[in-house]
Design a binder for this molecule. Structure first.
Ligand code: FMN
Length: 209
């Protein structure tokens, strides 16, 4: 699967087969996280792999009982040692970069899992204090995300998403492309439009134009 097909076909999967996940696939998921972009290459993350059934149940309890979590064969808890980013970049390192780093690792892992034929889901809703206790995590480490993984036992539809027209501005806040003539102005020398891709320009236009 090429990278774009992988990206466009990923969905959050919350129902898994009982089939165990191959160790090589887990390694690739972890490596995808390890190689994610991060501020200053500080790599202030730790990945805690959860395979123990009791611990998966505890994750479920800590995550406001989203019951499907303990049915997952595998979960990875992404944690930040934010003090490392703070040392390098001060408050912005701690409050912004550290969260962004963990998010980059998480998305890389979800995409790697999908490329391996696995499904995954990001769980952000959990009680941090319980997580620290259950996994004996030091208090200065911040649990950022739980990712569950397994062979999909559901094929989720694409969730409703905003269109490119809704979410994209050009060169100035709120500046959307109103018609095709305006495109010609924007896509001039710096941006070229080729073949099939040209048809996709309509994605930037309001629905009726
Ligand atoms: C920061 C964050 C927190 C999330 N927390 C949860 C969660 O607690 N439980 C859950 O079922 N899904 C959670 N999700 C998954 C989203 O619900 C899902 O990505 C979104 O509905 C879009 O669906 P898609 O991933 O299939 O495109 C979370 C995703 C992110 C990025």
């Amino acid at each position: 699967m090429d990278a774009l097909t992988n990206l466009f076909s990923r969905r959050s999967v919350r129902k898994y087969k009982r089939k165990p996940v191959e160790f090589e696939k887990l390694l690739n998921i972890l490596d995808a996280g390890r190689l994610a972009p991060n501020a200053g290459n500080v790599q202030d993350w730790k990945f805690l792999v959860v395979t123990d059934k009791d611990k998966l149940e505890k994750l479920n309890e800590a995550s406001l009982e989203q019951d499907w979590i303990n049915e997952a064969p595998l979960a990875i808890l992404i944690c930040s040692e934010s003090v490392k980013e703070e040392r390098m970049y001060g408050p912005r390192g701690k409050n912004v970069y550290s969260i962004q780093n963990a998010s980059c690792a998480a998305e890389n892992m979800l995409l790697a899992a999908h490329a391996e034929g696995l499904g995954g889901c990001w769980v952000g809703s959990f009680d941090e204090k319980t997580i620290l206790e259950v996994f004996s995590i030091p208090e200065d480490v911040i649990p950022r995300a739980i990712l569950t993984f397994g062979y999909p036992d559901e094929k989720p539809e694409e969730k409703p998403k905003f269109s490119l027209y809704d979410v994209t501005f050009f060169n100035k806040w709120n500046n959307k492309v109103k018609d095709k003539a305006e495109f010609k102005k924007i896509f001039t020398e710096l941006l070229t439009v080729i073949g099939e891709q040209a048809k996709k320009l309509t994605r930037f236009l309001p629905k009726k134009s």
